[in-house]
Design a protein around this ligand. Structure first.
Ligand code: ADP
Length: 425
């Protein structure tokens, strides 16, 4: 919000306030004009009231600068008018002083300082005019002071004018406070984003170091087997060289699979999601069909609770998450029969879909690690093939949804994976 935008409501309020003061004082000035006819301040007052009314009527047409300049002019017209007509008896000095105060808030302190110097010069000049006799006030001050109308003008001017100025300042203060709250909120948001960024950076570094480390492993194998073949071709038998070539081939395959999977995960990094309503019971039933062979082979059971709440998420990706969790529940399982159950629960007002198995469970020390790419809690193919990508992929998908994935597991007691797919906008 620009400063002028911030100050605009304040100056508009001052203009309306000024109109109130001018209108309230007009009858007094008019009657004074009719009965005495000699105080120019009253003519100035009536003319200014009309000008102020026109300005207020057309307020939105004027730029901020024009409104400020015009306001200061009005204050000075009243101030100088009052000074010349009544000398130190009038409220002219007040008006000019208030104008300096307003300039300090509406424009700048420097401009206010210049106006204070001008006020001092005007006062010196007026004082000189009166003292030298160039200007005289030909009225009886006592009589003037005793008049009710004098007091009416004074009271209206002395109470309403500061009130309007204070109201406008309060308004300004209030806007500043609101602005400050907004700035505070924004800085909190920036701080939060910075933290998220730092976390993302850390995760990225973890990811890169894991990837470079893990991809090197099959490469190292390929290089050393190839070196063996190259350096000692006479010493090794045809059988041995065949075995080495098979090893090289397998390592190259492994490398290629890792690269494919890596590509899958990194592609998600900048991907966008398209949310749509997903019937989870239906989705699990479809996954049951897709996993028929594995379920039959392991004699496993897959079930889903009735009345699952509608999921609003990227259908294909959500299916990938459930697929990986269900496959793991069947694979890492030695119970008979292995069972995987899909259900839901509400935590902190958020719906979490749960995938529970009666499998081998996961040690606490492994629980964070297994969500990293290529990280497995089990060596080799003890529980069937795997590459350590499924959970990393699931977590990336959940992150993309702005959601949350949690794991609760104890070795030998099965596992529960809870997933929340973020709030649909
Ligand atoms: P993968 O299954 O291909 O190895 P994942 O990323 O899906 O890769 O899983 C990483 C590791 O986490 C697995 O190797 C396994 O050790 C462990 N794991 C995952 N899900 C379960 C589960 N439901 N029960 C026991 N261990 C699990």
């Amino acid at each position: 919000m620009a400063l002028a935008e911030l100050r605009r409501p304040m100056i508009e309020r001052i203009w309306w306030g000024l109109l109130v003061v001018a209108v309230l004082g007009t009858p007094v000035s008019l009657s004074r004009l009719a009965t005495t006819g000699w105080l120019p301040a009253y003519t100035v007052h009536v003319v200014l009231t009309v000008a102020i009314a026109v300005t207020c009527w057309q307020l939105s047409r004027f730029s901020y600068k024009v409104l400020v300049a015009w306001l200061v002019l009005v204050f000075w017209a009243v101030g100088i008018g009052g000074l010349i007509s009544l000398g130190p008896l009038g409220a002219g000095v007040w008006w000019m002083s208030v104008s300096a105060l307003l300039i300090s808030v509406l424009v700048s302190l420097r401009a206010a300082f210049i106006s204070l110097v001008l006020i001092a010069l005007v006062l010196v000049a007026t004082g000189y005019l009166f003292v030298s006799g160039s200007v005289t006030v030909d009225f009886d001050a006592n009589q003037y002071i005793l008049q009710v109308r004098t007091w009416a003008v004074l009271i209206i001017g002395a109470t309403l004018l500061p009130m309007i100025v204070f109201l406008a300042l309060a308004d300004y203060q209030h806007t500043l406070a609101r602005l400050l709250t907004r700035v505070e909120k924004q800085s909190q948001l920036i701080e939060q984003k910075n933290q998220e960024l730092a976390l993302a950076n850390d995760a990225m570094q973890d990811f890169t170091s894991i990837v470079s480390h893990d991809l090197k492993e099959p490469l190292r194998g390929i290089r050393s087997f190839a070196a063996l073949l190259k350096e000692a071709p006479d010493d090794i038998t045809a059988e041995q060289s065949q075995a080495l070539l098979t090893q090289i081939h397998d390592k190259a395959d492994a490398l290629s699979t890792m690269l494919d999977e890596l590509f899958q995960v990194s592609r998600l990094e900048n991907g966008s999601i398209q949310r749509e309503p997903v019937d989870v019971e239906h989705l699990v039933a479809k996954l049951g069909v897709r996993l028929r062979a594995l379920l039959d082979e392991r004699g496993a059971e897959l079930s889903c609770a009735d009345g699952m709440p509608l999921l609003v998420a990227d259908r294909v990706r959500a299916s990938e998450v459930f697929y990986n969790l269900i496959v793991n529940g069947i694979k890492y399982n030695q119970s008979s029969p292995p069972q995987v159950h899909v259900d839901y629960e509400t935590r902190d007002g958020k719906v979490y879909y749960t995938v529970t198995d009666n499998g081998i469970g996961i040690a606490a020390s492994q629980q964070a690690r297994i969500f990293q790419i290529f990280r497995r809690a089990h060596h080799g193919d003890a529980y069937g093939e795997g590459s350590g990508v499924g959970l990393a992929l699931a977590r990336k998908i959940i992150d993309l949804h702005g959601g949350d994935i949690q794991l609760e597991s104890h070795p030998g007691q099965g596992s529960v994976f809870r997933v929340h797919f973020g709030a649909a906008a």
